[in-house]
Design a protein around this ligand. Structure first.
Ligand SMILES: [Zn+2]
Length: 73
């Protein structure tokens, strides 16, 4: 009985091949590695803020009343 330490894929929790024969270590396959990296990027892009403040500080309707467009011909 060999009590070898079996690594488990962080993505699918499946068995991971030995590091020497697995270029995608510690993932079981390249796909799982991509998925994990993707989730990482997604999470880093999602900055926990405080949504709900829809009150803008600046008046946006001021840009509509642009004067000086009436050119005498
Ligand atoms: Zn996997």
């Amino acid at each position: 009985m060999s009590n070898k330490k079996l690594a488990s894929c962080p993505t699918c929790r499946g068995p991971v091949a030995d590091r020497s024969s697995n270029p995608t270590f510690p993932f079981c396959c390249a796909r799982c590695r991509t998925i994990d990296l993707g989730e990482w990027l997604t999470e880093s892009f999602r900055i926990p803020g405080e949504p709900g403040e829809s009150d803008r500080d600046g008046p946006s309707s001021g840009e509509l009343g642009r004067g000086g467009d009436d050119l005498p011909s």
